[in-house]
Design a protein around this ligand. Structure first.
Ligand code: FES
Ligand code: FES
Length: 171
């Protein structure tokens, strides 16, 4: 009989305690045990990015992580990011730029974009392209997706510039 492990993990700000098999994938744990089906599963090989979540504040592939490995960690899923409003503007920009294409990869795309902008507040065009390559689009293309993330990045830079005090010099 498979040995079970008790884990305690903070998911979307709430403490969760569950008993899991050692080989239970985090993606399955989130979707099937916690009902957080916004985390999608595509390749299950760490390639497509559909299963991306934040693990202790950084983007991670939940299909490559066992649930027992997140014992004591903080996990944020697309539900947590959406409900808190943290990705509301990104979602609006994806809509504006028609980047909501197949929809299946979109939660992962939003998490990847959020992580990119959190850790690289003023990304270059190439850094945006490189960053968003962590979420595969196999249906349409990246034009709208890149436009949406680029606009979000541009707005962040403008907001920071406006908030930065201008030091006047007197002669
Ligand atoms: S399902 Fe995890 S990277 Fe594709
Ligand atoms: S937008 Fe989902 S695969 Fe292209």
């Amino acid at each position: 009989m498979t040995e079970l492990h008790k884990i305690r993990v903070e998911v979307n700000g709430a403490l969760v305690e569950r008993t899991v098999e050692p080989r239970r994938l985090l993606s399955d744990f989130l979707r099937e045990d916690l009902g957080l089906t916004g985390t999608h599963v595509g390749c299950e090989q760490g390639i497509c990015g559909a299963c991306t979540i934040l693990l202790n504040g950084r983007a991670a592939r939940s299909c490559l992580i066992f649930a027992v490995q997140v014992d004591g960690a903080k996990v944020m899923t697309i539900e947590g990011l959406s409900n808190s409003g943290a990705v509301r503007h990104l979602q609006d920009l994806f809509s504006k730029h028609r980047a909501l294409q197949c929809g299946y990869c979109t939660p992962g795309m939003i998490v990847v974009a959020y992580d990119l902008l959190q850790h690289l507040p003023s990304p270059t065009a190439q850094e945006i392209r490189d960053g968003m390559s962590a979420a595969l689009c196999r249906c349409t293309g990246y034009v709208g997706i890149i436009e949406a993330v680029t606009e979000a990045a541009r707005e962040r830079v403008a907001a920071v510039d406006c908030a930065t005090p201008v030091h006047m010099t007197s002669d």
